[in-house]
Design a protein around this ligand. Structure first.
Ligand code: MLT
Length: 400
């Protein structure tokens, strides 16, 4: 036997595992220092009361013979799919319940989606972006080409008809840069996919952080998207489900290749590799989409956005160039000239006790940048702002 040789085409560790190891190593050496963890986008607020209440009632149901349930539908329970359908409706998008598949979060579906397509495909991946897109394709033996997201294009690459790719990944608001497409810009991607016969995998995990009223929240606000785009979303950041685990993927029935519907094949795949999300969690997710749940969630995402304001305020005062933080819980800042992103990660950890995420971990295009997450509590964000201001006193702004 041999291992899959493509493992050796991956970085040695998953980005956030690498960062967690570096931070633990620092903590072992400096037990007296409090590290402010602004690296992985992990929520800190407790679950909203409406969600917790729904879980309590669902848990009670599992202990009663009359309401106990065993295996649930592979595609997810009808009640949750209906509530997500209505959520799309509130965004002006027409998605039917049988196009929605409940998952344990965006990551595993993002990993499995390339399995729908013929091996050896070419995937067009923004650079920088969430590392899972490229890594899943690398491990499946697919080819990856990159769409450069740079300061010059506002970190929002647009279609290039000279590039041939079967799968197109879009993440908006983008992780890590925070840049978000407008519906008009997304429409150009949809037209490109339709004209070239490509399929878009649209990651909307951060849609609930859109605040400017003009950035897109779903690709299904674009005409024709139902024939070429799959949308992946998660309750992790929106509703604080990073530990609870629930997400959803929309696979439209109109998305067909050679007359075969992607929806049908996705059901085939999911029913074979996944036994669904627990009943208690699906009830919790349903509650998150209720009127009360949505109001509580909005308050929580608002709290994180306030942290983003605190952090970006400190960076502005120090004259540090940064992006994001307006429609996204992430701030993407420039490292001082001559410092690579892993070097700067260490400098900030050692010099300020702040753990960010090195930009190069999101792709070669992230070299020279660092991501800060605003998912901490407010006290941590305030302390981080103060530490940043002190840190930059010894890192003059002329160095950018
Ligand atoms: C992030 O911080 O970008 C993600 O939440 C990490 C992950 O999903 O692994």
């Amino acid at each position: 036997m041999e291992f899959n040789g493509d493992f050796f085409n991956l970085p040695e560790s998953y980005l956030f595992a690498e960062v967690a190891d570096a931070v633990s190593g620092y903590e072992v050496l400096h037990p007296d220092k409090r590290v402010l963890k602004l690296s992985i986008g992990d929520v800190t607020l407790p679950l909203p009361p409406t969600v917790v209440g729904a879980m309590r009632s669902a848990a009670a149901e599992t202990g009663d013979k009359k309401t106990f349930r065993g295996y649930l539908p592979y595609e997810g329970c009808g009640f949750l799919r209906e509530s997500i359908k209505n959520y799309y409706k509130s965004m002006g998008a027409d998605v039917s319940a049988d196009e929605i598949f409940i998952s344990d979060g965006a990551k595993s579906d993002l990993w499995n989606l390339p399995d729908l397509f013929k091996r050896g495909l070419t995937a067009l991946v923004p650079d920088p972006v969430y590392p899972v897109y490229a890594e899943s394709n690398v491990l499946k033996g697919n080819r990856v080409v990159y769409a450069a997201a740079t300061e010059q294009n506002g970190f929002l690459p647009m279609p290039d008809y000279g590039v041939k790719a079967g799968l197109i990944y879009i993440c908006s608001p983008n992780n890590p840069t925070g840049a978000a497409y407008t519906p008009e810009q997304l429409q150009e991607w949809v037209e490109y996919a339709i004209k070239t016969g490509a399929v878009i995998l649209y990651d909307a995990a951060y849609e609930s952080f859109v605040r400017d009223g003009k950035s897109a929240r779903t690709i299904y606000s674009c005409a024709g998207a139902e024939s070429c785009a799959v949308e992946i979303c998660s309750l992790s950041k929106t509703a604080g489900f990073t530990g609870l685990r629930c997400g959803y993927t929309v696979v439209p029935k109109a998305l067909k290749l050679n007359g075969v519907s992607a929806n049908k094949l996705w059901y085939r795949l999911k029913s074979t590799c996944f036994n669904g999300v627990s009943y208690v969690v699906q009830r919790a997710a349903e509650a998150a989409f209720s009127a009360g749940g949505l109001a509580e969630i909005k308050k929580n995402t608002g709290y994180y956005m306030q942290n983003a304001k605190i952090l970006s305020g400190a960076l502005s005062r120090c004259g540090v160039p940064y992006w994001g933080g307006k429609n996204s819980p992430y701030i993407w800042l420039k490292c001082p000239r001559g410092t690579d992103s892993r070097g700067f990660f260490k400098e900030l950890l050692n010099g300020a006790g702040i753990a960010g995420t090195p930009g190069a971990g999101f792709g070669a295009g992230g070299e020279g940048y660092l991501r800060l997450s605003s998912f901490s509590d407010a006290e941590t964000a305030l302390e981080a702002a103060e530490r940043l201001e002190n840190f930059y006193k010894t890192h003059p702004i002329s160095a950018f």
